[in-house]
Write a protein that binds this ligand. Structure first.
Ligand code: ZN
Length: 407
């Protein structure tokens, strides 16, 4: 399983959903189904028994020597964002297939091996991310998902029914704790830390979670010509200080890997001759340590109150989301690191800033992630690229990790 095989396999997947700019394999579109059918054939050719669960997740299985032993699983996804790349998700799917093909050739391991292609990792179509692993780990709500529609207003239940899948049957796809011994996902880093450091492998310690705040600033809209500078209650000026406060509070905790972003800023009334009376800032704070996350959100809230009092405006803080970071399993981390050392491959421990299926799988099995570099850190973009040599190195580390976990 070398670079030529990796290139040929990616060329095969590239046959589905390729547009003038990047790939469009939104979940449950024709292109997505076709890519999964193509991949299921590769899995069968590799000697795996393939099934699809009640959500359409693809599961390929290679039996182990010990009857009834829990399976060691790997995998990722094939769906993309609109105008996305072929490597986000593709790398984990292809590396998983290659690793299992190699292990099959070496002879049976004690535990079965599974390759899972999750459906709907990207949130682009339904506004919900990692749907396939949410279903599999039992945290998908059939009731809530009855109201879910895609971007065009088509209900999820109808989209599933068109392929013979029944929303009510999703609980059939839940894997029970103990069914899987471990889950390991290879993924492109989606940033440039590894590339810039010249390190080929990242061992993920934890998957970051966001706290999302909405800061609403109430000032007073007034005539931009008639209101003297000393008499203004300019909501946008307060908002400007708030943007800097978010940056400042995140920077103070940079060594604890906190990042803070104001991604949305809305200003009203938005007229050239009116002092802004209202502003809304949507803040995304992420980290892998829950205490630091809560502390940062608290510091931003305190700064907002202080700034508003000084500026003569009012700020309301709403918490939109407060998720918990997901640590990866120490045993799986150790197995990945041991594999790197055995292969003589340099690695570094790092957080994952983005969410992945592994964070849901961590609820039902010890989970870990292996990052490989991607060119320029570019992802969710037509220019996304991972070099075959880097993919093969990720596959090498995965192979040895799975071998150790399944022995
Ligand atoms: Zn992905």
């Amino acid at each position: 399983m070398d670079q030529a095989w990796v290139e040929a396999t990616f060329a095969g997947i590239a046959g589905f959903g390729k547009g003038t700019r990047g790939f469009n394999r939104l979940v449950f579109t024709e292109a997505d189904w076709a890519a999964c059918d193509f991949f299921a054939d590769l899995m069968r050719d590799a000697g795996l028994t393939v099934r699809t669960d009640a959500w359409g997740n693809l599961i390929g299985r290679l039996e182990g020597a010990e009857p009834g032993a829990p399976a060691v699983a790997t995998g990722s996804h094939l769906d993309t964002v609109p105008e996305g790349g072929n490597y986000d998700g593709g790398v984990g799917s292809v590396a998983g297939l290659g690793a299992i093909m190699r292990l099959r050739a070496r002879g049976p391991l004690r535990h079965p091996l599974e390759l899972i292609v999750f459906r709907g990792e990207e949130s682009s179509r339904f506004g919900i991310h990692t749907m396939g692993s949410k279903v599999m780990s039992g945290i998908a709500s059939v009731e809530a998902w009855r109201d879910v529609k895609d971007r065009d207003g088509t209900p999820l239940a109808q989209i599933l029914a068109a392929r013979g899948l029944d929303l009510a049957r999703l609980p059939d796809a839940v894997r029970r704790p103990g069914e899987l011994k471990a889950f390991v996902e290879v993924h492109i880093e989606q940033c440039f830390v590894l590339e810039q450091a010249g390190i080929p492998i990242g061992v993920v310690e934890a998957i970051a979670a966001p706290i999302r705040l909405k800061l609403t600033v109430e000032g007073v809209a007034s005539h931009s010509g008639a209101t003297p500078m000393g008499k203004r209650r300019d909501a946008l000026v307060t908002a400007a200080h708030l943007v800097l406060a978010v940056e400042d509070e995140a920077r103070k905790r940079a060594e604890r890997r906190i990042v803070g972003t104001v991604g949305i800023l809305k200003v009203a009334p938005g007229a050239l001759n009116v002092v802004p009376g209202r502003a809304e800032l949507w803040v995304d704070i992420r980290g892998i340590d829950e205490t630091s996350l809560i502390e940062t959100a608290g510091a931003v809230t305190a700064a907002a109150e202080r700034i508003a009092a000084r500026e003569g405006t009012q700020v309301a803080v709403d918490t939109l989301a407060s998720d918990t970071p997901v640590p990866m399993d120490p045993g799986v981390i150790a197995a990945i690191e041991a594999a790197c050392r055995r292969l003589g491959v340099p690695y570094r421990r790092m957080p994952s800033g983005a969410g992945h299926d592994a964070m849901n799988m961590a609820r039902i099995a010890p989970a870990g992630m292996i990052f490989i570099p991607c060119r320029g850190g570019v992802s969710h973009n037509p220019d996304e690229y991972a070099a075959p040599a880097d993919i093969v190195r990720g596959m090498d580390v995965l192979t040895e990790t799975l071998a150790a976990l399944a022995a």
